[in-house]
Design a protein around this ligand. Sequence first.
Ligand SMILES: [Zn+2]
Length: 473
Amino acid sequence: MALRFFNTYSREIEEFEPVDPTARPVRMYTCGPTVYSRAHIGNFRAYIFEDLLQRHLELRGYKVHRVMNITDVEDKTIRGAREASVPLQKFTEQFKDAFFEDARTLRIKRACASPAATDQRYVDRMIEMISALISKGLAYQADDKSVYFRINKFPDYGKLAHLDLTELQSTGRVKHDEYDKEHIGDFALWKAWDKADGDVNWDSPWGPGRPGWHIECSAMSMALLGDQIDIHCGGVDNIFPHHEAEIAQSEGVTGKKFVRYWLHCAHLLVDGQKMAKSLGNFYTVPDVLAKGYTGRELRYALLRVHYRVPLNFTWEGMNEARESLARIDEWLARLREIAKSGNLQHPTPSAQRRTTAFEDALDDDLNISAALGFLFESIRETNRAMDQNEMDSASASRWLDWWKRINTVLDLEAETDVAIPDDVVQLAQQRENARREKNWKRSDELREQISALGWDVRDTKHGPKLTRGAGSA
Ligand SMILES: [Zn+2]
């Protein structure tokens, strides 16, 4: 069966047909964090879903080119920097670093590119796009000097969220704080400088100011992935107005269909409630680690529920994750022992049968619960065969090979079981030599090669240290 996904745009399950998989990789854009505070585990649920999606596409033979932006300029980052009395970049840098650290802890593969919205190259692209929209009559500068998108001129506005424009006013889904707009739903493309912005501003044909949040994603997606992309993901919160606005901006400029498949991840609840600082149920990745859990356990807990179903996070669920992983660990240890033993006395045809059910389940709109159900059913069956001494070493090796394959998607193997491959060690050595010669460019290139192999190198007091990273395994 072919791969199929639920497309938010059509509200239907559709067969996945990328633009041209033989000539180019699957182009995927995922909205990244706004770096004004540490991301919470609800944010990471969406990033883990995107990680699962990318890894499954790769298991199915696609090459994936994924971009994830970093929003480092908007109201909250500016306010945070002002309150902390530090320059914007210094303020956002700490949360950017924290984000990548947490993503590493959760074994989320790093995107091919993580462009920052404040990068002048992309600001230039945003200004270009806004100019194009103005010249097409799709945008206008209002009396407050800001530039807005004219939603009445884009008939498809509201299609992704299945909203009627005339309803916008009454739904309360748009803010009423900008009175200079023609339509209450018109959204800012360029925000004119305001004294609260301090020194955060860029020059533009409309005066000093800063880009709106939505145009960032349209511009960076176009700059790095081209006019048309295959998959765009985010949390359900992003559907309106963010993704709706992205469609209007991108298609407004190019006249071409922007995204083929829109995939959105449902909310994370904590103890059945919405996560909120005021309720005391707001957790970051370090909060969970501080309770004695590992990144692998949290990865499992956030991964195991279908992405379109709200996930209820509980500490009991974390303990279940721990138990499930312990079962996998024990099973692998037993299989390894038998595989090593060379025991060929008990050929077991049953242990060789169907193993495609795992990936078939993921083909079905990433049905992870069914895939994991099959994994644990297989563990039960093979454990029984091992209990009865009916597993020979060749069958055990085959099960281990199968695990290796599905683990490229799950990435749930215990830390201690992962040996550092020779080529990674060699690259790290070469990098150390380059550093001694103060050849920083070469050293950076080698770090990227190491990262592409799934490892991160960190320079410590005791020399370079390699840890499992977010690249491909
Ligand atoms: Zn976005």
